[in-house]
Design a protein around this ligand. Sequence first.
Ligand code: ARG
Length: 460
Amino acid sequence: MANSLWAGRFSKEVDSKVNDFNSSISFDGRMYRQDIKGSMAHAEMLGKQGIIDIHESEKIIAGLKSILEDIDSGKIMLDPNAEDIHMFVEQELTNRLGDTGKRLHTARSRNDQVALDIRLYLKDEIDEILPMVKELMKTVCDIAEKNLDTVMCGYTHLQRAQPITLAHHLMAYANMLSRDVDRLKDTRKRMDRCPLGSGALASTTYPIDRKLTADLLGFEDITQNSLDGVSDRDFCIELASALSILMMHLSRFSEEIILWCSWEFKFIELDDAYATGSSIMPQKKNPDITELIRGKTGRVYGDLNTLLTMMKGLPLAYNKDMQEDKEAIFDAIDTVKLCIGTFIPMLATMRVNKENMRAAAAKGFINATDCADYLVKKGLPFRDAYKITGTLVARCIELNTTLEALPLEEYKKLCDTFENDVYEAISLDTCVNMRKVPGGPAPESVMMQIEYIRAFFLDM
Ligand code: ARG
């Protein structure tokens, strides 16, 4: 019976509805490894410091190890009636060891215990998410390398703007993802402080060795104030924020894929394994994965909001409200992992329709800037060149033609500086290939962008 842990102060059992209401084991049970690992380190420290007998410490550690093995192997199940994972493990230990088990919680509170568990758990999760983001970046770089000369239209305001390549476009996402990697690492660094020893809020009178427990658990350092140690959830909020930004990037990428799959664009086609049909319209092939990612982005933003709102009115130190941190941050983590895991193979298998991309780029006068630049390079002030080109575009629209197909006489009517070499200057390939400044769309420039991402993010 979970309640028996505080039986001394209470004269009757907690109402069963209240018990269910208070219980967090249905969602914090997933931290059992971290909880047990934390308890093992705590027990070792208690023994080394002579706070409990060294033999009892050894027994506790062995007992905890056997509980871990039994949960891992499915030999024992988490008791849904336990209030939380911390109570469950302690109760199970006491069932196995008797009085020795009851010594584990010396110089510790569930408040510093839960603050520890969640940090350990989230560090482990970041260590799983980081390689996933890198895998996605690798996929993006590989597709980009195959499309260095796949000319496409770049957009602003979703209006055709200037020629770029698919590789250039994709590498924008690789750069966004590289910042996500940085943010996740940064978040991990700040949460890498061990709060154990903060006790309920005011630390403890026992001669504990906080550095030792921190070292045993692989923390870089200890938290510096016991009140903050138990009541800080900044690291959850930072992680939810980093994950929200990551989801925003995936959502933008998804939105483009949705557009590119449409008949209006037809820039790409998803593999049949990563698209769905309609129950009524036989012609349909829907990009459901990307729509779901776009939709699930809202969930993660919601999780971030839950955490921010949960914390904003809390007086120091621990308050039970903080139990709500877990479902929110776990949901954000699960959602991100699910989305990246599905997005990668979908991206890797999509087919690029190079001809359609180029055909779309050939319309819409996206070489107009280059036409103006042609005149500037021959000595005209940019504003004059801009005006002349604008008039040329209007003339093309009138004649239902393009700048490439407009006869030289039409050019010359507006400005005598135009010669036959204008056609070379405004060809889509020239427009792309001449933009070879760092960051630009020329194949050699994009190759440098790919190499940069590979060297600094993927080869580590
Ligand atoms: N289940 C609790 C949580 O997740 C653990 C800490 C409870 N502490 C307490 N004094 N009630 O926050």
